[in-house]
Design a protein around this ligand. Sequence first.
Ligand code: A2P
Length: 332
Amino acid sequence: KKYNIAIVGATGMVGRKFLQVLEERKLPVENYYLFASKRSAGKKVAFFGRDYVVEELTETCFDGKDIDIALFSAGGDTSLKFAPVAAKAGAVVIDNSSAWRMDETVPLVVPEVNPEDIDWNKGIIANPNCSTIQAMVALKPLHDLYKIKRVIYSTYQAVSGAGLGGYQDLENGIKGEAPKKFPHPIFGNCLPHIDVFLDNGYTKEEMKMVNETHKILHDPSIKVTATTVRVPVYYGHSESINLEFEKPYDLAELKAALAKAPGIVVQDDPQNNVYPMAVTAADTDPVYVGRIRRDDTVESGLNIWVVADNIRKGAATNAVQIAEEWIRRQNQ
Ligand code: A2P
């Protein structure tokens, strides 16, 4: 069977990457339908030698198209309103926004970590936050072995995570122009501010990492805290992750477990300056893990450095992997 696939937000940063990743991974696609706002309606998107015309996203735009899978990345408000519309029209929605992630009727999936959650979807499956996805890929094999007691995330996140506007703020900032997307210059700067501030003093991005970690690992007992920071990098989120385990561990065994876990490439040879970096992770799909070392300030502590492309594994690739896994489970 071949599938009809809708891309909602097709003109955006992640939307375009959806198309590229779908083609690279050779999904069995019958037809693509591209949607964006009224502003883009009628625009042509050239792709693998073919022109696709962008349609306006409306209440009736999915009707009569027999869409099987709808990949959404057009912001939270758009997903809140239109994901149920697409689901009602018969599609399974894979939504990249934060709108549905913590909804109890919506599975939140990283295919290497909790693919089985796909089975209880009711028409919408949520793609986790970019920073959470790469952390989950790295933490899952360690949690299975040693049970994580506490996590401290400190992130160094690329501007592309804020969409085209974020990307342009860095590009234009280099030329001396004032920022439009961010509240302060990002060029030559670090902003400890991603998404909006909440009453508890944390940002929404930080609380996404806390809540989504609990949901994806099915373990609300893990203590999680986070500081998320925007840095002047185009592509690739980097994360310092400090862990405390319930059980003692052997460092060599832990490294071996990471090396054979799905989706991970270990880059850990500091003597030869080998460690994960945004510039080498950019435009690739794996989650890179390095700087693997004990934290001796607690009983069973560990520090790792985790890097992945936020637009690929952090968004488009993870969503397409969910689609692949959904297809596989349909055909079982
Ligand atoms: P458009 O280009 O027509 O504004 P990014 O995160 O890179 O900025 O991309 C956002 C994507 O979401 C774009 O494709 C954008 O389309 C789309 N989008 C934003 N708001 C809406 C809306 N109200 N309805 C449909 N698509 C939207």
